[in-house]
Design a protein around this ligand. Structure first.
Ligand code: SIN
Length: 540
């Protein structure tokens, strides 16, 4: 049902260019990987908006890595495995915790300035499910913005990185199960082809699958959908992380209120003013995210309310303003003063743990196609990501991708072909309206609490929309909608199959974790269908 390519084209007649490596996406994964590759090759970096418009830009909490003697890779590994609820790849986590500190140094060498205390030591914070303070941050709560600033500046200074802003990567081109290039749309709508020796998907996540998300509007599952169409394997996409605390206030967007606020002592209260997390987990407000998010929903249901409160009023004004200047100012814009007011919050979609399956060098099951950052499934996050591990994962695996691509010999060149299909219609449809409809459907049936009946209903509707829309599209908004539709189909299908609850997947009809049957991954491929792969590689 899903067409191999989203548009009709005859490759022969498209304008062509050639480069060594194409990197798609300009968050931390894209920028960092491009910089590493630029040390030995030419790179084209494609960004569907401007360089400062990625999801990374909004990351508040920070980057997790072991930097002190009181901490150790073994502790970081243990925290990551526990949060991942039995589905992390032990080897991938080992790579993360051992290589993270080195990559952090490179990030600093590229110009990133993390916050330091008066003695010149890095200020470290704590977040949910971390046993130690090991999270570096910048400008209090603007870590992502600082990383993007430093890496973009460096990228623009590199003569062998060509940055193409406001360009949209429509599809990767494959031949003989290898990726040989990318079809790209210019801002004026012109389509062209870039042939490359390797292609890196660094397209971020899929937060726009849901009506409420902390992600910007660019998070439209592009990389997952593109890779799926190209035949690459997609893994564990039923696991969606809802951040427990997004601002919930009339007229305000679902702005992220960093977990670091709870790390610095904030507590959660229901609308009757009662602190409730002790009923749900011994780590209370700092329990793994999935547990906190579901506890909040349960309290909201009990009190018949659409939010709970986050209370940090017992901390000093100085600490709040120093550690959380961005959040403080944002809330104040809406008349909420964190120093004196409880902040109304509710869960919102934040991160997708699954994605395009990769090996330990970031390569997907399609040769020469790599995936880095949120779009990938390296195995680091399992069923639930540990806070602040995403930025670390991007740099650790970005470095490995650069090392792997260095060893690739050139492919034999692209054979010309014609991808025109008669079925395609030129009708323009209002995909923005359909996007909202899809987001509401996903929120209702495929969000924090799922069950068979709702999942079947959602899948039926998604497939119906697919039959109608896959062959009618023209502009960039439509491409994004179709990518979301593919992402929604993959997530819902996997959620239906997994008849148990763990991490970012909770089934009301199967509320328990079932290690006997479900210590396995769900892998989907357009060619091979759906298969389950058992995983006994780690103990929590
Ligand atoms: C946060 O600041 O709470 C988000 C950090 C993350 O998602 O790792």
């Amino acid at each position: 049902m899903i067409p191999r390519y989203m548009i009709d084209f005859d490759l022969q007649s498209l304008p062509h260019m050639k480069t060594d490596v194409v990197v798609i996406g300009a968050g931390i994964a894209g920028l960092y990987t491009a910089l590493q590759i630029s040390e030995y090759a030419n790179v084209v970096l494609i960004s569907k908006k401007g360089l400062d418009d990625s999801n990374t830009r909004w990351a508040q909490g920070g980057i997790a890595a072991v930097t002190t003697k009181s901490d150790s890779p073994a502790l970081h590994r243990q925290d990551t495995l526990i949060a991942g609820a039995g589905l992390c790849s032990y080897e991938a986590v080992e790579v993360l915790v051992h290589e993270g500190p080195e990559r952090l140094k490179e990030l600093i060498a590229y110009g990133t300035e993390f916050d330091k205390d008066a003695q010149g030591r890095y200020e470290l914070t704590k977040e949910g499910a971390h046993s130690k303070r090991r999270i570096l941050h910048a400008h209090g709560d603007a870590t992502g913005a600082e990383i993007v600033r430093a890496l973009s500046k460096r990228t623009l200074e590199q003569p062998n990185i060509t940055v193409m802003e406001n360009h949209f990567a429509i599809d990767v081109v494959t031949q003989d199960d290898e990726c040989v290039g990318v079809i790209v749309m210019k801002p004026d709508g012109e389509i062209f082809y870039i042939e490359s020796n390797a292609t890196v998907l660094a397209t971020g996540g899929a937060g726009q699958l849901y009506r409420y998300t902390t992600n910007p509007d660019i998070a439209t599952a592009d990389g997952i959908a593109m890779a799926y169409r190209a035949g690459a394997r997609i893994k564990d996409v039923e696991f969606i992380q809802f951040h427990p605390t997004a601002l919930y206030y009339p007229g305000a967007p679902r702005f992220l209120i960093s977990e670091a606020v709870r790390g610095e002592g904030a507590i959660l209260r229901n609308t009757s003013g009662e602190r409730f997390m002790e009923k749900y987990h011994p780590q209370k407000e700092l329990a793994p995210r999935d547990i906190v998010a579901r506890a909040i929903v349960t309290e909201m249901e009990k009190t018949n309310s659409s939010f709970v409160y986050l209370d940090i009023t017992h901390e000093s004004e100085e600490l709040i303003k120093h550690r959380f200047p961005t959040i403080y100012k944002f809330c104040l814009k809406y008349g909420l003063d964190m120093v004196t007011d409880w902040i109304p919050v509710a869960p919102a979609c934040h991160y997708i743990m699954g994605g395009v399956q990769t090996d330990l060098n970031g390569e997907t099951s399609t040769r020469r196609l790599f995936a880095c950052g949120e779009v990938s499934c390296t195995g680091v996050h399992g069923a639930n990501r540990l806070a602040s591990n995403s930025l670390s994962e991007a740099v650790v695996f970005g470095h490995r991708i650069a090392e792997r691509i260095k060893q690739l010999t050139p492919h034999g060149g692209t054979r010309m072909f014609d991808a025109r299909e008669e079925k395609r219609s030129n009708r323009t449809v209002n995909t923005m309206e359909q996007r909202v409809k899809l987001q509401k459907l996903m929120l209702r049936h495929v969000a924090l609490k799922r069950q068979e009946k709702g999942l079947l209903k959602a899948l039926e509707e998604i497939e119906r929309m697919g039959r109608y829309y896959y062959y009618q599209h023209r502009d960039r908004e439509a491409f994004e909608f179709l990518n979301l539709l593919t992402g929604a189909m993959l997530t819902t299908r996997a959620a239906l199959l997994r008849e148990e609850s763990r991490g970012g997947h909770y089934r009301i009809d199967f509320p328990n974790k079932d290690d006997l049957i479900w210590r396995k991954h769900i892998i989907q491929s357009i060619h091979e269908g759906v298969r389950e792969e058992s995983d006994l590689s780690n103990v929590e």
